[in-house]
Design a protein around this ligand. Structure first.
Ligand SMILES: [Zn+2]
Length: 581
């Protein structure tokens, strides 16, 4: 199938681009994206790219299958990937020099569309609402440039080029454009005057770093300013960034083609304008084409969704072995002078000791506790499952299930389970060893029960499971055979959560929070001082500004998961993790 697709693309390249030159000065009559033509040209120029793309597609397929079989692994609903963005604004006329506000409007659209927060989501026909996907990514304008200096993430640059085409000249200073920032750390967007009736084009994963990114016609960039209907809602970038995250056109770029996503209906070809539901083609059933998908060619106001399968395909790029996984450790979104590490350092009290087994032949292959349920193979002696969490009520009785896996012959394995109930970064306090399970050579699932102390601190904390050949309990250190796995527990109803040091006495509640997180100041604080609040995901990437009013932070737009909150009134700064439910 893929061979067929690629040879078809090569044919497209020979045909060249369609579109009368007269369109260069006005908006195209319908959407046209040059991504597949550019891909075809790149495949022709570099035959090894085809093999790389196939490997990336294979990884995406395996990821989607694994996720279906193992819902506990990284999904778009558990961790947000924050992608630093640089926008190269190239202008030959004053009008083409779009404002930073227009650039920001594009970021806002991307953050809504990839996060199913777009206001027009309700326009999706009922037949498709169960398939609406979440890409699990968010976008921030870069705060740090490749040299480590502060930046707005927007580069305005005058050019003598009156227009650009799909030959990548806008991506090189030597040809009137602006050089790409390192693709391993940034998403490059070029806003420029694209000719030939093009609204934009993207480069798929696996291509050359120097040309990696997305080019967009300045009058189809963002909303407001120079943006012109019907491409003035920022959806050209949504479509093109979809390609950049490995999505194909929804019709598979062939008659009744295959877009390599299982939950999008097969459709005959692209749709234009604003079709009427249903539009049945290729015998695709009563609901017809998913023409309101961002990867079709309809107008901005008529596209509203990615599918779940498309979300998985994008997610796969950020899983182990994924083609864009390097973005996870990018510092591009972190202002200079702040922590150079991708992991937030909340307070020293919540840094946990390492625990690591080193044998390949004995490993934990199953853990279940509440909503944590993970089946796995050999994770190399340690698995960081802290993105997975379950709620446990203070005072409740809990049952944890676990089992050992053996690559070759069975060994006698002991299980110890710990939880840091008082959130001080240690598993050594009284009552924090929850389970001491006897040695066994069985691979069968075993269970044990424990009680959550009524004195446990409310909020999120660490659960650690150690499986080793050693009968002694040890929550830290390196050992020979076995594996350690860490997860997150969210204690509800327990002792009040305190922010920072005991003298700060900021309290946040409720934790977990659904819509609003209230920040209660210490009695000694000056209530007139404005609070500054920052929220970071587990990798330390700052989450886009959340509305704060009357010391209440609106968190309803956050995805479920564990976050770090820092709060400052200008004199003291406190840190606390909280859980969005
Ligand atoms: Zn396209």
């Amino acid at each position: 199938m893929k061979k067929l697709v690629y040879s078809f693309l090569s044919g497209l390249a020979l045909m060249g681009l369609a579109g009368p030159a007269a369109w260069a000065q006005q908006m195209p009559a319908h959407r046209q994206c040059a991504t597949m033509e550019v891909l075809a040209a790149q495949l022709a120029a570099d035959p090894s790219y085809g093999a790389r793309l196939q490997a990336i597609d294979q990884q995406a397929t395996v990821y989607a299958k694994q996720k279906a079989a193992n819902p506990g692994q990284r999904t778009s609903s558990s961790i947000i990937v924050t992608i630093p963005v640089v926008v190269h604004v190239l202008y030959n006329t004053a009008a083409q020099n779009i404002s930073d506000a227009q650039v920001q409007s594009q970021l806002d659209v991307l953050n809504a569309d990839f996060h199913r927060l777009n206001g027009d989501l309700s326009k999706v026909p009922a037949a498709f609402t169960s398939l609406i996907g979440d890409a699990g990514v968010q976008f921030v304008l870069a705060k740090r440039d490749p040299n480590g200096n502060a930046t707005t993430g927007v580069v305005h640059k005058s050019t003598t080029a009156t227009s650009f085409d799909s030959s990548d000249k806008m991506k090189f200073s030597s040809s009137g454009g602006d050089d790409a920032w390192p693709a391993a750390s940034y998403l490059n967007l070029w806003s420029c005057n694209l000719g030939g009736g093009l609204l934009g084009y993207a480069q798929f994963p696996g291509g050359a770093a120097a040309t990696d990114g997305v080019a967009i016609l300045y009058s189809a960039f963002g909303s407001g300013g120079t943006a012109v209907a019907p491409y003035n809602l920022g959806r050209t970038a949504t479509h093109e960034v979809g390609h950049w995250l490995n999505l194909r056109h929804i019709w598979g770029d062939a008659r009744c083609g295959n877009d390599q996503v299982s939950d999008t209906p097969t459709q005959q070809t692209s749709n234009y304008g604003c079709p009427t539901f249903p539009h049945v083609t290729c015998s695709n059933g009563a609901n017809g084409d998913m023409f309101m998908n961002y990867m079709d060619y309809v107008d901005d106001g008529c596209m509203q969704m990615f599918s779940s399968g498309q979300g998985d395909r994008m997610d796969a790029l950020f899983a182990t072995g994924g083609s864009r996984v390097s973005l996870l450790s990018s510092q591009g979104g972190v202002a200079p002078g702040t922590s150079p590490t991708p992991t937030p350092t909340p307070t020293p009290s919540v840094v946990y000791c390492a625990s690591q087994g080193n044998a390949a032949s004995q490993y934990i292959d199953y853990i279940k506790l509440g909503s944590i349920s993970r089946t796995s193979g050999n994770d190399g002696g340690y698995y960081d499952g802290t993105a997975l969490s379950t709620s446990v009520a203070a005072g409740s009785s809990q049952t944890i299930s676990f089992s050992a896996g053996f690559a070759s012959k069975a060994a006698t394995m002991y299980f110890d389970v710990y939880a840091d109930w008082n959130q001080n970064g240690s598993f050594g306090d009284a009552g924090e060893t929850l389970v001491v399970a006897a040695g066994s050579t069985s691979k069968a699932t075993r269970t044990a029960t424990f009680t959550v102390p009524t004195t446990a601190t409310a909020g999120s904390t660490r659960l650690r499971v150690v499986m080793s050949t050693n009968s002694a309990t040890a929550s830290c250190g390196t050992y020979s055979a076995g594996e350690t796995e860490d997860y997150t527990l969210t204690v509800t109803g327990g002792a009040a959560t305190r922010l920072g040091s005991p003298t700060d006495h900021y309290t946040i509640y409720p934790n977990p929070a659904t819509d609003v997180l209230t920040i209660e100041r210490p009695a000694s604080a000056d209530a007139s001082r404005p609070l500054r609040v920052h929220v970071y995901d587990l990798r330390g990437a700052e989450v886009a500004d959340l509305p704060l009013a009357n010391d209440q932070l609106r968190v309803s737009t956050l995805r479920q998961g564990v976050y770090l909150l820092t709060v400052s009134d200008g004199t003291t700064t406190a840190h606390q993790r909280f859980v969005k439910q």
